[in-house]
Design a protein around this ligand. Sequence first.
Ligand SMILES: *[C@@H]1O[C@H](CO)[C@@H](O)[C@H](O)[C@H]1NC(C)=O
Ligand SMILES: *[C@@H]1O[C@H](CO)[C@@H](O)[C@H](O)[C@H]1NC(C)=O
Length: 410
Amino acid sequence: MKMPRPMPLLIVLAISVLALAWPASCADLVLFPVAKDPATSLYTIHTRHGANHVIDLAGPLLWSTCARDHLPAAFSCKDPVCKLVNAYRAPSCRIAGQRCKKQCRAYPYNPITGQCAAADLIHTRLVANTTDGKNPLQQVSVRAVAACAPRNILASLPKDVTGVAGLSASGLALPAQVAASQRVARKFMLCLPRRGEGVAIFGGAPLFLHPESSTGDLTTTLAFAPLRSKRGNPLYYIPVQGIAVNHAQVPLPAHALTAGGVVLCTRVAYTALRADVYRPVVDAFDRALARNDAKVPAVAPFELCYRSSMLWNRLLGYAVPDIALVLEGGKSWTFVGSNSMVDVNSQTACLALVEMKGVKAGDPSAAAVVVGGFQMENHLLQFDLEKKQLGFAKVPFLSACSNFNFTKTQ
Ligand SMILES: *[C@@H]1O[C@H](CO)[C@@H](O)[C@H](O)[C@H]1NC(C)=O
Ligand SMILES: *[C@@H]1O[C@H](CO)[C@@H](O)[C@H](O)[C@H]1NC(C)=O
């Protein structure tokens, strides 16, 4: 008589691996509320009870101040984690060049002051909610490797933060760590608020904001651009071919935009343009608006300022010329009045662009354009690190990034 053979161990293993791997594609997305700090114009995420991190699109690490009784995680110099920790070195951080001797050390740095410190690595957990893109669902704890730094490197950051959450494509930045811990895709969406609470969602689509009936899943409205990077540099670059004001191409010096490139950066409040790009864009805007009658003296750091009561105000903000980054293939990322004009006081609105300081016109080692926070607000940005693609869309004018429904679904 033949006995049924027990299922070979390999098959059992294969099935259980498949079963574990299967939910990855439909695993729950991870939601962090995003706030804007009015004093610094930096954006923060809530990461645990009483703990906030500044988000830094160009940050390669997750770091926070050390707990008094912290237990250093023992990573040897040869550990792959140690290689990742030191993949990017802040140019201002001289100590980061030191050779790893026995235990791996990290060199977290403050994205605003550039100050850095030698730090232990620790195992930590961030507390967040899962989401279906509409509401928070349930609490999750995200496992992560972080650096723990001395308190003094928090200088110039918002008062209530304990560290920085890097959002770059690096292996120890938050997107890769959430992907590894929660088995979601290496992509995240950012919807930066001007006021109130916006969202950062890790793992993919969809996203719904009030009023849902008129906006639907906003990820269906995204346009896409390639997301590029440069060696040894954690910044996100997008290939921009030109800048247009009211659909008319601004004459720029040849190769002005390819020399240095266009980067996205949450460290700067307003978009900064290198001098050779700044002058033609500001002049083109001034000519296109043609409102010398409404002009008032400049309010630093801005140059073009107007009496706000004399600018026609429409639903999308001031009715001023559109400014667009013209991408490959003829697509554009357009900024209307709500993202191009800032109210500096109750009577004055200024063009929210600044000239880069300490950089020569045409210097290819400096970015040509650094797209800052104010311009990214109320835009949905999807960073897909697997496809190396940036999705972008303006949130419809009836809605805002602060219109996410934070009421938990029971
Ligand atoms: C999860 O969502 C609920 C409901 O909005 C909220 O009270 C709670 O603070 C959230 N938890 C985290 C860790 O964000
Ligand atoms: C927010 O979500 C809750 C839970 O699903 C729902 O009951 C409520 O009606 C929603 N609020 C709005 C304004 O849509």
